[in-house]
Each structure stands twice: as structure tokens, then as C-alpha cells.
Write a protein that binds this ligand. Structure first.
Ligand code: NAD
Length: 374
């Protein structure tokens, strides 16, 4: 994708949009802007979306997009021109009934607005249902931004109840204090949990009595990081999952819970807010150690479920009354949790394997009943 940069040069970027499976409905998945994006990563993330939408029983398939770029070194104008050219290149794949992008790493409502506008200008009509995670003024919803964190909390509550643990006073460690981790820390703190450690890219802070999350949030707002927060002690990054706690929530990067972290993990329960935070080898160690893992394709699906509600309202041409989306998110998440939990008990497997059993079964059924064309 050739893009005119602010200094007059033309830079050529590479990007992808992958449809993994669209048997159950239009492709659904985010667009990420990151220097390390490649075809394999986008394909793997698209596959995860197929199974995530199936586990939640949403009428979508799996898709994902990515552009290899460093948005931290680009101006707003350069990002807009890149977004519009990328949208134009992948437009044959897109549309409310084909593939509906959403924000992901380093993209937001502003980027979604450019995608929606580019599609709408080319087609000559305002196509609000073409993307989700949009600004409110063009058909976005208030519930979308916090949907992922809210869904994680619902999984935490269900898992605590199933394991006979008590929320109030229990300790939680959160890695990541971004779009998911920050609201999550607030919600768990408000629910009466002690947030004993929070990590971000620049540091980790720990307080075994519980961090003051509103004060930490102010500190992050002022300094850009949790590092240096006076209400806690610094801890090395490698030790974050060894901090004593009942619950650990990775909400940052993929592959952070490796064999070493799994061996030292002090939690009874891990709820995966991030995509792919646990390596395959680590998963086996956690299983052996009896640490329960609520897998990403269930735990962080509050985001795509909120996207589904935004898309549905855009298609209906009517905004749902206050509270309806929150109620439906709760029902959808808790139903999916119960289905996966029962599948794990029935098949005597981990929640991750159970979630894939549920997802793969639904995709396979859809492929079977549709049959072969022609
Ligand atoms: P974000 O960019 O807003 O925040 C990421 C956070 O991780 C930041 O606080 C950053 O400092 C921290 N981080 C980065 N590198 C780190 C490191 N080495 N050690 C510790 N912390 C580090 O991203 P986000 O939207 O909050 O997404 C976080 C994860 O959740 C990603 O895996 C994403 O795919 C997944 N996810 C996000 C959504 C969503 O709605 N945003 C939905 C589903 C899944």
C-alpha cells in the first residue's frame, strides 16, 4: 500500500486481511497496526475468532487484519491515509454481510471511523454496520469500550463460584493496564478484590494489602506508566506471575505465561484477558499443577459480543434502551461459561480443550448442514 508521508516521500506498507471461516456468518475480527504483524500471526488470530464467535454462539465467522507499521512514529495524517488505502485494498472482502472489522492493538474508534467513511464514500451510502467500535456519533455504542473487561469480570465471578472461592478480599495480579487491564482493575477493585500487583510495559508495582486503583490510575494518567507509583513496591517483570494471589489476569501480550512462569505461578485461577497469553508447554504445566485456566476464546469474548450488539443495532436502525446490551452481555457470557464448564466436566478435560470442543462442534455442524456447493 503506497502512502504519501508528511515529508513528501512515498512509503510502501504491507497489510493483510484474513478470512479463516465464514460458514456461520460474516467474518469478524479486529485490525491491528504493529511493526511485527505478519501473515501467520493474522491467520492465527483469525482462526481464534472463528472459535471465539462459535463458543459465544454469535452469528459470525472468524477474520483478522493487520498492517505492518509503527503507528507511534506516524502522524495522524499518515495514519489516516494508510487506513484509507488499506481499507480500499481489502474492500472486496468487507461489508456488513461479509466481514466486519473492529479495533485491535493500536487501532481505535478514530481508525474505525476512517474505515467506515472510506467504505461509505466508495459505495455512496452511509454503511454504519460495516465496522464496530465506532464513535457514538456514527452508530457506536457506549457499551463497546468496556465490553471486554466486563466480560472478563463475568468469567471471574462464574469461575470463583464454580471453584468455591470468595471474591471479596481475594488477591488478583493483572499484567497490562491498557484498554482492557485498566477498566478491569477498577471493576475487580470495586467488586472487593485486592489488586496486589499491576504490570505494564515500563514496570510492575506490588502491594500485598491491595493497591489503591483510583490513585494508581491518576499516577498512570500523569506519568504514562505504573512504574514509580508511591503506593506500592517495584517488582521485576519476570516475577509478576509469582506474586501470591488467588487470581492472575494476563491482559497484555501473547506468550507471556511460559514454562518458567507456569512453574512459579502462585494463582489458583488464570483468566486470559489477552489473546494467546499461555504457551502450549505452559498450559500442560498449569493443568498438572491444578491451576484452572479460563481460556482467551471465552474470557475476552465480551468485546466481540459487544461488537455483535453494535452491529445488530446498526442493522435494526434502532438503539436499544439503556441496560439491554449489558443484560444481554451478561446472559451471553454466563451461558457460554456454563456450556464450556459442563463440557469440561463431561469430557474430563481442561476448560481450554472444552471451549475448543464447543467451538469446533458448532463450526463442524454448520459446515455439515450447509453441505457442498454446487
Ligand atoms: P493496550 O495496548 O491498550 O494495552 C496493553 C497493555 O499491556 C499496556 O498497559 C502495556 O503497557 C502493557 N504491556 C505491553 N508490553 C508489556 C510487557 N512486556 N509487560 C507488561 N505489560 C506490558 O491493549 P489492550 O486493548 O488492552 O489489549 C490487551 C490484550 O487483550 C491483547 O492481547 C489483546 O489482543 C487482548 N484483547 C483486547 C480486546 C479489546 O477489547 N481491547 C479484546 C479482546 C482481546
Amino acid at each position: 500500500m503506497p502512502v504519501r508521508m508528511d515529508n513528501g516521500d512515498v512509503e510502501v506498507f504491507t497489510g493483510w486481511r484474513v478470512h479463516h471461516d465464514t460458514t456461520r456468518g460474516p467474518g469478524k475480527g479486529g485490525i491491528r497496526f504493529h511493526p511485527h504483524v505478519d501473515e501467520r500471526e493474522v491467520t492465527a488470530l483469525a482462526a481464534a475468532m472463528t472459535f471465539k464467535t462459535a463458543v459465544l454462539d454469535l452469528p459470525f465467522g472468524g477474520a483478522k487484519g493487520g498492517v505492518r507499521c509503527d503507528p507511534t512514529r506516524m502522524s495522524i495524517g499518515e495514519l489516516e491515509r494508510l487506513t484509507r488505502r488499506y481499507t480500499w485494498e481489502i474492500m472486496p472482502l468487507l461489508g456488513p454481510d461479509r466481514d466486519v472489522p473492529a479495533p485491535d492493538v493500536n487501532t481505535d474508534g478514530r481508525v474505525m471511523a476512517w474505515v467506515m467513511d472510506t467504505m461509505s464514500m466508495v459505495h455512496g451510502e452511509a454503511i454504519s454496520a460495516s465496522v464496530t467500535g465506532k464513535p457514538l456519533s456514527i452508530g457506536g455504542t457506549a457499551e463497546h469500550a468496556g465490553g471486554t473487561a466486563a466480560g472478563v469480570v463475568m468469567c471471574v465471578r462464574e469461575a470463583f463460584a464454580a471453584l468455591g472461592l470468595t471474591i471479596a478480599g481475594s488477591r488478583v495480579v493483572i499484567q497490562g493496564f491498557g484498554k482492557v487491564g485498566a477498566p478491569l482493575a477498577f471493576l475487580l477493585h470495586s467488586a472487593g478484590m485486592r489488586v496486589v500487583a499491576v504490570a505494564d510495559v515500563a514496570g510492575v508495582v506490588m502491594n500485598s494489602g491491595g493497591l489503591d486503583i483510583p490513585a494508581l490510575s491518576t499516577h498512570v494518567h500523569e506519568t504514562g506508566s505504573v512504574a514509580g507509583f508511591a503506593g506500592g513496591e517495584p517488582v521485576p517483570h519476570d516475577d509478576v506471575f509469582a506474586v501470591p494471589c488467588e487470581l492472575a489476569v494476563p491482559a497484555a501480550l501473547a506468550g507471556v505465561i511460559d514454562e518458567a512462569a507456569a512453574t512459579r505461578c502462585a494463582a489458583k485461577l488464570i483468566v486470559e484477558a489477552a489473546n494467546g497469553p499461555t504457551t502450549v508447554a505452559a498450559d500442560a504445566i498449569l493443568d498438572e499443577r491444578g491451576i484452572v485456566v479460563v481460556p482467551d476464546i471465552l474470557a475476552n469474548a465480551g468485546g466481540v459480543t459487544s461488537s455483535y450488539f453494535e452491529w445488530a443495532q446498526n442493522r435494526q436502525g434502532i438503539a436499544w434502551p439503556d441496560g439491554v446490551a449489558a443484560d444481554r452481555l451478561h446472559t451471553t457470557m454466563t451461558d457460554a461459561f456454563t456450556t464450556v464448564w459442563v463440557s469440561a466436566q463431561t469430557h474430563e478435560v481442561s476448560l481450554r480443550r472444552a471451549a475448543y470442543i464447543v467451538g469446533l462442534t458448532r463450526v463442524a455442524e454448520a459446515i455439515t448442514v450447509r453441505g457442498l456447493f454446487p
